[in-house]
Design a protein. Sequence first.
Length: 327
Amino acid sequence: MTVESWTPERWQTEVCGGLVTLRELDPMLATRMVYGADEVGRLSFGLITHQPPGLPQLSDAVTIVRAEREHDGTWILLLTLEDARFSEVFMQLCGHVHKKVSESMTESAGISTAMECFAEWRHLFQGSRKRLLSMEECRGLFAELDFGFNVLGQRVGSSLVVEGWQGPYGSDQDFQFVDVHYEVKSRHASTHALRIASEYQLDGDSIVLVSVEVADSAKSLLGFTSLADKVVLARESVALDDGDLEAFDSALDELGFDPSEEFYGRIYFSSRGLDFYTVSDEFPRIRPRDLTRGVSGVKYRLELSILDEFAIDANTALSRMQNYGDI
């Protein structure tokens, strides 16, 4: 089916006519999409991607499943409507996602666009997620901004960085690109271990773990920047690179960050250095395949003392960004 011939209305007509499977919209799109229904008529819409997409949240009326497809190693993110009363709204959502994602030139851009669409629709009905971030969350955001827009952005441009910044939308790694995924962890100088949030966070073949040593202060000291100013500087770098400012703001909103909150102008951080580790087959990690069936939601700590043999220099870590413009 061509993109031009598909509409949410046609989708509903096909379901009423007995459609009980998934059909692909246009396999030539950079980000593939499917639609259909199951055996009891529940509407389904999804993305098929080479890299693991994020796991967004919408409402209790929609079940969202992310799974790796065994036959070709791609991933599917499938949304299934549980409550038929919301069929029209669900179809409009999927139609909006389809239109926006179809305009994306790369898979990474398509995934980013889809996640932004899901976030926008959830905010429309549930209100803003803005809240006061904890100090640990503030430190983590500072580390992501420092690596993403100060370090990586200097090499490939902030417009590309904001496109790949998928951590706020539930992706397993903070920055996802075609050739490499970067997972960023902040730490104190006295930290002996890094916290890993799930069995999926270090699951993959092209992951670089980035450890950012972050010092904090309640005063404005030489070499320290407030979190509010860090956000402003990162946003300015996106603007100067003609990047997507709406995507940048959407990512912050997804984290719950409120730029008008005075608290963020009164806490100061300084990046004291970055360490990079290649997550190879021998890297100490827990992956979904390592777990007994039915076990999930694993959190664990990685002792820094055992990671030295996996350390790589900054140039090697950043040079993984090779064919980021093509899928």
